[in-house]
Write a protein that binds this ligand. Structure first.
Ligand code: UDP
Ligand code: MG
Length: 139
């Protein structure tokens, strides 16, 4: 699957405020195929492990609390050039800098509560997909 899959999470505030369907519509309209998807509550331990690369950053504690405050929608998406194309679709981390037409421009509340995750490399896409899904949950 290398080079044509990415991993996403619709983050807790976006699930809670009812934008899940709108974000999934944008994902499908932009040519991504859903290979796996589930609603999932992360424990603090799981959120901390997922974002371990940021453990030395000042926002890490708040990020772990936020990402475990309610369910997320985790998904594996397939498309040619999936990682790069999905990062373009979600837009900049800070919605103030996100381009028109991006998911974060439309739905992010802030740089922290920014609606949607997207993997940053093919290697991390596989690691993140396998963190959330077993082989029997991937289609
Ligand atoms: N984040 C934050 N404050 C910052 C930078 C990041 O709260 O100054 C959060 C935000 O939710 C972001 C996540 O940490 O999506 C991971 O940060 P990263 O720099 O990897 O951004 P992303 O890859 O999600 O655009
Ligand atoms: Mg990142």
């Amino acid at each position: 699957m290398a080079n044509n899959i990415t991993f996403t999470m619709i983050k807790p505030e976006a699930v809670a405020n009812g934008t899940t369907g709108k974000i999934i519509d944008m994902i499908i309209e932009n040519g991504f195929t859903i290979k796996a998807m589930k609603l999932k509550q992360l424990s603090k331990e799981e959120a901390g492990e997922f974002y371990a690369v940021h453990s030395e950053r000042p926002f890490y504690g708040e990020l772990v609390d936020y990402m475990s405050e309610g369910p997320i929608v985790a998904a594996i998406l397939e498309k040619d050039n999936a990682v790069e194309d999905f990062r373009a679709l979600i837009g900049s981390t800070d919605p103030a800098e996100a381009a028109e037409g991006t998911i974060r421009k439309a739905y992010a509340e802030s740089k922290a509560k920014n609606a949607c995750h997207g993997s940053d490399s093919d290697e991390n896409a596989l690691i993140e997909a396998n963190f959330h899904f077993s082989a029997s949950e991937m289609f």
